[in-house]
Design a protein around this ligand. Structure first.
Ligand code: GLU
Length: 506
């Protein structure tokens, strides 16, 4: 067998997600088991959503997890650059080559045409949205359109008949009629590649032997196989990993669950426990062992033991495992050191002191005032956090709007929270001082009074703050999808007043 080369290819479009660590972990285990290489590639082709700071945080988070890659944007390697934004010309070259060889074509469809095609397809219940109307233009027609300055994308010519068959190494044989696969855009009109083109070209050029990725990419695989065939390249083997699921049985999402790796770090979990837990989500060790080291799973790794269906991300299980790992892997005389390096350190306390300096009568007031920085359960009750004069239901909407406002403002620090809190108060037509501030104090710190809230939140951090909002929403009974849609519509107009009116009594 060729040297095994696997990769993780995150897009830097958000906070480092546990799902990224989960897939990275299995790639690293696979590479180490076969003494191959594990590569980090940054897929930042989505110009509007990618941010360099997210690349930095992804790397920081994966390192905290204990993951190490052999090649990547930060460590270099023989197949670089490992950041797709630095490889645009390579993708363009391949796209135009495919056009020349008749495996791809220029498509001049306007946004209006595309919308119309989608509507028609939806009415007819077809899976393919694009009707391939530019697939067979004559050379003269193409030239004419180009001369007239019409913009175009390059699309892949997917076969019209027959089936795509591939053997997923986890799920078995997967058969897809080609007629169900869209003529995928490869190069956008601005000359940037889509995920599909960049991903396949890079996997080929970086000599990736096994693509181990989440189940959600399975539907893209036929397009990728078609591209490999068009490029005359041997496709890698595919292993589609079971998804991490939230309590609702859907893909784990930050809209409902703690998902940021930094949330787990800042809440005091051990990286080795989180990693052990993540392997359990997709794999079963012989004898159903649940606690083991990374070395142990690497030594015995067998991809046939990877699960097929999604696994519930069960925080209670993680807590149990974390405790076991504390007992097993941290000796008593090292425990304090670990807790100190978590949050009881000089750096954190220096930032904390200005917040409490004028607020303690004796040193013994300190713990009570600041406990919320260090604990996970604020011990709240629905009655306590419900806004006076509103129902619990209405209060959940205010909390959800806070999350959206903070996300949209892209600032979860104190000044961002302050701005968002005013925006939300105006949008719901409720008092900032009497309704919003008590809600924020209680749901984020568990208290009615305490250190200055906005400064405290900067120190508490975005990830814990987000989860506290989610926990408060859950405590109040959650938000149904119907309500969520209604809220979203009203929030976009920044007028949610009608949603929280008290129920009419007859
Ligand atoms: N950029 C994709 C992601 O964000 C990579 C998917 C794949 O591994 O092919 O996960």
């Amino acid at each position: 067998m060729n040297t095994v080369r696997v990769r993780i290819a995150p897009s830097p479009t958000g906070d480092p997600h546990v799902g990224t660590a989960y897939i990275a972990l299995f790639n690293m285990i696979f590479a180490r088991h076969f003494e191959g290489q594990f590569i980090l590639r940054i897929e930042d082709t989505d110009q509007t959503r990618s941010r360099p700071e997210y690349e930095t945080t992804i790397i920081e988070a994966l390192k905290w997890c204990g993951l190490k890659w052999d090649e990547g944007p930060d460590v270099g390697g023989p197949y670089g650059p490992y950041r797709q934004s630095e490889r645009t010309e390579i993708y363009q070259k391949y796209a135009y080559e495919l056009v020349e060889r008749g495996y791809a074509y220029k498509c001049f469809a306007t946004p209006e045409e595309l919308l119309e095609m989608r509507e028609v397809a939806a009415k007819q219940g077809k899976r393919v949205g694009y009707d391939r109307r530019y697939r067979n233009l004559s050379a003269a027609e193409i030239q004419e359109r180009e001369a007239a300055g019409q913009s175009f994308v390059i699309r892949l010519k997917v076969p019209l008949t027959g089936e795509c068959v591939f053997d997923d190494q986890i799920k078995g044989r997967i058969t897809t009629p080609w007629a169900d696969v869209d003529d995928q855009v490869l190069l956008k009109s601005d000359g940037f590649p889509t995920y599909h083109l960049a991903n396949v070209v890079d996997d080929a050029l970086m000599k990736i032997t096994h693509v181990i990725r989440g189940d959600e990419w399975m539907s893209s695989t036929p397009k990728h196989i078609c591209l490999y065939q068009a490029l005359n390249l041997q496709p890698p083997l595919f292993l589609h990993m079971p998804l991490l699921l939230g309590k609702d049985g859907r893909k784990l999402s930050k809209r409902k669950n703690p998902t940021s790796i930094f949330y787990f770090r800042d809440s005091g979990y051990l990286p080795e426990a989180l990693m052990n837990f993540l392997t359990l989500m997709g794999y079963s060790m012989p004898g159903e062992r649940e606690i083991y080291s990374l070395q142990e799973i690497i030594a015995d790794f067998d991809h046939k033991r990877i699960g097929i269906s999604g696994a519930f991300f069960d925080l209670q299980k993680l807590n149990w495992l974390n405790q076991k790992k504390i007992i097993e892997s941290i000796p008593e005389d090292k425990l304090w050191e670990r807790i100190v390096s978590w949050k009881f350190n000089e750096d954190f306390f220096r930032k904390l002191m200005p917040l409490i300096h004028t607020r303690i009568k004796t040193f013994s007031d300190f713990i009570e005032l600041c406990d919320f920085f260090f604990i996970s359960d604020l011990k709240l009750s629905p009655e306590r956090i419900t806004i006076k004069g509103l129902t619990p239901d209405a209060t959940t909407l205010v909390l959800q709007a806070m999350i959206w406002s903070l996300d949209e403002g892209e600032n979860w620090k104190g000044d961002g929270l302050e701005r968002a809190s005013h925006e939300v108060a105006d949008c719901f037509g409720i008092s900032h001082k009497k309704a919003i501030m008590p809600l924020l104090f209680l749901s984020l710190t568990g208290k009615q009074v305490g250190p200055p809230l906005f400064d405290a939140i900067t120190l508490l951090g975005k990830d814990i703050t987000r989860v506290r909002f989610l926990q408060a929403i859950e405590l109040l009974g959650g938000i149904s999808s119907k309500k969520m849609d209604l809220l979203k519509k009203n929030w976009e107009k920044r007028d949610c007043k009608a949603l929280i009116l008290p129920p009419q009594t007859a």
